[in-house]
Design a binder for this molecule. Sequence first.
Ligand code: ADP
Ligand code: MG
Length: 496
Amino acid sequence: MNTLKMQSISKAFPGTLAVDRVDFDLCPGEVHALVGENGAGKSTLMKILAGSYEDYTGEIFIQDKPVRLDSPAKAIRCGIGMIYQELSLAEPLSIAENILINRLPLKGGFRVDKKEMVREARKILAQLGLELDPLLPVSRISRHEAQLVEIARVLGNDISILVMDEPTSSLSREEIRTLFSTIETLKQQGLSIVYISHRLPEIFRIADRVSILRDGKKVLTAPLHEMTSSTLAAVMIGRDPEEYNRQASVKQEEKSLQVTGFSRNGFFHDISLEAARGEILGIAGLSGAGRSELGRSLCGLDPSDRGEILVNGKSVPRGSYRKSIRSGMIYLSEDRKTDGLFASLKVRNNILSTVIDKSCRAGIYNRNSYRDRLQSLMNKLKISPPREDAEVRTLSGGNQQKVFLAKWLAADPDIFLLDEPTKGVDVGARAGIHETIAELARKGRTIILISSDLTELVALSDRILVMRNGAIIEELCDYQLTEEAVLLAANGEGVY
Ligand code: ADP
Ligand code: MG
């Protein structure tokens, strides 16, 4: 059973078809986000539901019964409550009077029963988890509290559908959090909620499904777990979602790296994380948060005290870099000068150093068989000068970094732990390294990207773990992948 079904709803204003044959429905206990650019028809569609426009066309069913919502009173009787952007509380009156404005309990037929009024108002406020004094005049409360009182008033009408039109536009972060927990509570109580917003992060945070309007028409209804914010934005503005949707195109079900309870006393503690094939997992944090220490210990370059590391489902002994490499996981050091490259050796020997290790294991060492590979890597990364016998120390920083990357590309591991891969390189090299990282992910390799460069981190990562004081304190994905969110989280301020 649907709580609400709107079928082929249209509404014209002189000169505009504001809503054009829109279908929209609501399930019990669902938060359904309604999004679209300004003027898309969101408010008009919901005002129709609130009984504001008697001249709409189309059909509306509430709990499967056909209804004609031709007046606000009728909409209220049908269990529809609407919270507009502009609040409409009566300033001089108390919270209780506002909540119960249409149905104040009377004593002796005409005097307000104040005790009963306070009791009833308290009950409704409690339903929202609010502990406001019902006798406080609304002129004395914050805008946010006023909004909650407004919700309480609408709830007093015994509604089953609550519509909120851009409810967070003037709220602080903290207030938004409170509003969301209120919405969560109402949802638990079985209320269906329509949530209009153009703020995509909020929608991912609280909604179950989303419908997108564009120029009065509905273009999509989908569960949010099937969407990313980039797809949503693309559909909203009328672009091809595929263009924007790299994440959705990568199958990320096979876990290549699984880490549990990983700790190194004094550096990081109780780290658990997973990364999938084809995933770029960013690791953010302020300096000193423990990111590089984690990276180095994961690869066995540094010791660790507890925890388990699985690469492609197989346990890898802690503290052995050699075994990490053999398992298919490599670490590209933040400080390539000290432990990444052999500066006095030739480009060729550096690039082939990992491969040589592999071939020695197989009992053979045939340098020529790697020649082609070497040349193609050097071409691909545009290592300059393109001479395999140049000594690494004579190369620029950016080119040294490319040699470093080439060395690991030659080994073709499954998991790349890259620590500050573009630190100190020039713009051109940086773009080349970014493209290489993206390509590795497309080929199904897993990238763990440790970076202090927020732009880089946000642009490349599918998901970002934020570290602080040696622990992972936040996981950001989809819509949360903004520099601002990462920065707030890294500073311990959290994201909504
Ligand atoms: P949204 O809420 O998605 O921003 P609206 O529903 O407010 O969009 O508006 C949809 C279209 O209808 C817009 O082109 C708007 O200008 C027009 N419109 C909305 N309300 C009225 C009105 N009362 N009179 C005339 N045109 C209106
Ligand atoms: Mg609007």
